[in-house]
Design a protein around this ligand. Structure first.
Ligand code: OXD
Ligand code: MN
Length: 580
């Protein structure tokens, strides 16, 4: 096959010359193509068939044990000036990165098939959507891209009319962790990824395109590419709100996006628009609107059970690809806290042995098409996206951050987002449970200098008439014994209801130095098992601890030196002054 887009054809020819694949397969995105790739992977052992009676069309992929997460230390943004990428990114000069990557790609696809994967991030007919083409030697990438993006013929047709696309070159190489690089060239709209088959490193539409490259494009063009879920909440009276919420990886975005109202919240309906990425644009009426550029979920499996997320639990019982879960003796997938069955074989294919650690890898994943979600909102396919009422930031913090608080205005909200901190999780290699700054949950994903990014966020005050209110939540507060103070999951709806009431000006709030907090009476705790004292603790502001926090934030901002926007520094000053 060929394409009428000359730039695309020329690039493919160059890559073929460099990587020397045995075959080139143009992905058309059809179901029959998906099936034949699955069959081929079952034959080669890249996939293992799971119990087809209980889990029809479910397959397990076991990755190389050293290739199980994103590799932030091996992820680079390559611009002429290091200052443009900022201290929040690893930087390499483009020429140096090109030389290094060319050597790695040289002949790397010999004996392999190269898949040409045209994809569209966002509804195919949306003016907000953007296309890309990934060239990869991994059939695992091809089948995952089919589930995660609008992939194939329709995307290619859009590229051919539009002429514009992001180029992504990927090879698993020999999966040697010492020869693994994820390179971004924003000026060339180019991504090069070598040596990993893991989702966040290899499915280039996701983190590399829809966040790192897109965040940079968005800064040039006046929109935002964010690490946010999008959820629709409908009250018993039929009032609808759309909320976008940013949380670091593996902090419950999928669960919040698929929230199941508990019995006590009768009449509420929750529908999912997206669970990981939101692209936000101001429309012609001055309203901020969001689309989800993805069409599937690449979710964390451990912890998913009937109680925590029944919808996800059911959704992954058919037509799902599992990566690095354990299996039971009747070949069903198994993971920690599944609360069903017993594992006999761990994620590496070894017989279960307690000494080998968890049976499923803590970052084991499922990939499913979004339409399998029982609470899927068809608006996820609306080219115009949905109007956003509230933006929520959150992190995983044992201490300090109250259950919920509201920014005093947009600029203060940008400070709150820029100050987000969270404990690290298994979604990236490195130590787990270490608190680090993760502004807007974008630390691993912002493709340019955070200081400029915050400036871009601040610029929205002047761009839009109806900016959403900004909130911060923390579902993860613990007491001295390490017990969670808030039950989380479906019960988080009680907090979302307060957020909606604030958006509708239906309730007042306590004015504190860090923002507006709920009056205890305005959070419904009936039948929750959270007593008034615990709620008071969840809604308290420890001024000493916050003074220290603001000092830490100031030190963090110093890393960005004079590039920090004055408005942001002024917002910080205001909070410090009111804590005195
Ligand atoms: C993800 C991540 O996979 O954030 O979504 O790591
Ligand atoms: Mn994510």
């Amino acid at each position: 096959m060929t394409t009428s887009n000359q730039a695309l054809q020329q690039w493919i020819d160059e890559v073929v010359k460099l990587t020397r694949p045995e075959r080139v397969h143009w992905c058309d995105g059809s179901d029959s193509e998906y099936q034949s790739l699955i069959e081929q992977m079952l034959e080669t052992g890249d996939l293992i068939s799971l119990n087809q009676e209980t889990h029809p069309n479910c397959y397990l992929h076991r990755s190389s044990p050293s290739d199980v997460a994103r590799v932030e230390h091996l992820t680079f943004v390559c611009t002429q000036n290091a200052e443009d990428t900022g201290p929040n990114n690893n930087w390499m000069k483009p020429a140096e990165a090109h030389t290094q990557m060319k050597a790695l790609f040289d002949g790397c696809m010999e004996g392999r098939t190269m898949y040409v994967i045209p994809y569209c991030m966002g509804p195919i007919d949306s003016p907000y959507a953007r296309c890309g083409v990934e060239l990869s030697d991994s059939p695992y990438v091809a089948i995952n891209m089919k589930l995660m993006t609008r992939m194939g013929q329709a995307a290619l047709a859009r590229i051919e009319t539009e002429g514009r696309f992001v180029r992504g070159l990927h090879s698993t190489g020999d999966l040697n962790p010492d020869q693994r690089f994820i390179m971004h060239f924003p000026d060339e709209l180019l991504i090069q990824s070598y040596g990993s088959g893991y989702g966040g490193n290899a499915l280039l539409g996701k983190k590399c395109h829809a966040l790192r490259i897109a965040s940079w494009q968005a800064s040039q063009e006046g929109w935002l590419a964010e690490h946010m879920l999008i959820v629709e909440l409908e009250s018993p009276e039929g009032e609808k709100h759309y909320i976008a919420a940013a949380f670091p990886s593996a902090c419950g975005k999928t669960n919040l996006a698929m929230l199941i109202p508990p019995e006590s919240q009768e009449g509420w309906k929750v529908r999912t628009l997206g669970d990981d990425i939101a692209w936000l644009h101001v429309d012609e009426t001055g309203q901020l609107r969001a689309i989800n550029p993805e069409s599937g979920y690449f979710g964390v499996v451990p912890g998913t059970n009937k109680k925590t997320n029944r919808n996800a639990f059911d959704m992954i019982k058919h037509d799902a690809i599992y990566t690095n879960v354990a299996i039971t003796d009747d070949n069903e997938p198994w993971w920690e806290d599944k609360e069903q069955g017993e594992p006999t074989t761990d994620w590496q294919g070894r017989p279960i042995n307690g000494g080998n650690g968890p049976a499923a890898h803590p970052n084991s994943r499922f990939t499913v098409g979004a339409k399998q979600n029982p609470c899927y909102s068809p608006l996820a396919d609306d080219p115009a996206g949905v109007p956003i009422s509230a933006i929520i930031f959150g992190g995983r913090r044992r201490e300090l951050a109250p259950l919920v608080y509201e920014a005093k205005d947009w600029n203060h909200g940008v400070l709150i987002g820029a100050s987000v901190a969270s404990e690290t999780t298994a979604a990236a290699t490195g130590k787990v449970g270490v608190t680090r700054r993760d502004p807007m949950a974008m630390k691993p994903f912002c493709g340019y200098n955070f200081a400029d990014y915050w400036g871009h966020w601040l610029s929205f005050s002047a761009r839009a008439d109806k900016l959403p209110k900004i909130f911060h939540v923390n579902w993860f507060r613990q007491n001295a014994d390490g017990k969670f103070l808030w039950p989380g999951f479906g019960e988080n709806l009680r907090v979302l209801r307060w957020i909606i009431d604030r958006c509708e000006d239906r309730v007042s709030a306590q004015d504190t130095p860090i923002g507006y907090l709920p009056h205890a009476d305005d959070i419904d705790i009936e039948g929750l098992g959270v007593d008034a004292e615990t709620l008071a603790q969840l809604l308290s502001v420890d001024k000493d601890a916050w003074r220290k926090e603001m000092q830490d934030v100031a030190e963090y901002f110093e890393e960005f030196d004079r590039r920090i926007p004055e408005l942001l520094a002024a917002e910080h000053e205001k909070v410090v002054a009111s804590l005195k």
